[in-house]
Design a protein. Structure first.
Lengths: 151, 151
DNA sequence: TCCACTTTGCCCCATTTTTAACCACCACCG
DNA sequence: CGGTGGTGGTTAAAAATGGGGCAAAGTGGA
């Protein structure tokens, strides 16, 4: 692997893009690494949003579950089984667009406008309306912590 | 990392500049390090002003949250999530101007004239009117503390 | 089992919109 | 007056978007 954990990709910012009738989403140019990049698509446990990450990041995530002290070996196995069956491959086309399977879009409610939310090692794709709602809830926590650490 | 904490950049002073219709702000010449410098743009938790810092400084900030004893693990996670999604990359052009995303300007109310306020490792960009108000409030506290420590 | 026929995915091209590089001026300060 | 720093506009490049067409894969019937 070329990227050590400490140099994890950082997807900065938040974007709002269209998703067209063919379920294609343009990945922000600043987030692109190489042409025809490969991603793992993973709906979150509540089907609220779609997690997108590199195969390497996915491997890291799997590994961290296995090593977690707070999860029993049995639960870990079951979790990983589901994790792998829920995950899908996604490949960006030469225009830098990610094509999403029809069913995923329906399940998560991705249509028209979607929000792309950056993060460390991964990013999320949301239905815009739902994202705004979820975002506001988190803002309270954000402000609280910001005050504590003086930001 | 090349810059040790002790050699943190210090942006001295306070400037008042125009922001043009393309949302470009000239960074004071004295604050410039290299050509086409890269910054992280982070709105403060109340959207009162825009924090600008180097990627290194941002990494330091993230790390300090993770290590803070006064924040629970869960709150820390939520905070970091938001921190990373709120932050944006900004690159200065060859004239030494920072281009701000349209939405950030709207959210924080940056238009026409803005105030650039220096600090340790970072600086802030304010709406002029709001800055003056906040500044006056702070001046009282400053004088009080100055008297206490004999400055 | 083989041959239509439909469906889906992928690739490429064209258009519009946005972003970044470049150039030129003005104004202030030494 | 001369250089540096700040500002405004123009041009060129890149990104976002939309649609068309070919090819491979899947389906059903003879």
């Amino acid at each position: 692997m070329q990227t050590p954990v400490s140099a994890q990709t950082f997807y900065a910012g938040e974007f709002q893009h269209a998703i067209d009738e063919k379920n294609r989403i343009t990945i922000p140019a600043r987030w692109r690494r190489d042409e025809a990049e490969e991603f793992i698509l993973l709906p979150d446990s509540q089907n609220q949003f779609l997690l997108v990450m590199s195969p390497e990041e996915f491997a890291r995530m799997s590994a961290s579950v296995e090593q977690s002290a707070s999860v029993t070996a049995r639960d870990g196995r079951i979790f990983l089984r589901q994790l792998h069956s829920r995950a899908q491959h996604g490949i960006a086309d030469k225009q830098g667009r990610l094509v999403l399977p029809e069913e995923l879009c329906r399940k998560i409610g991705l249509k028209g406008e979607v929000a792309l939310v950056g993060g460390r090692g991964r990013f999320e794709i949301w239905n815009v309306a739902r994202w705004k709602r979820a975002h506001e809830e988190e803002t309270a926590t954000y402000q609280h912590v910001a005050n504590v650490i003086g930001l």
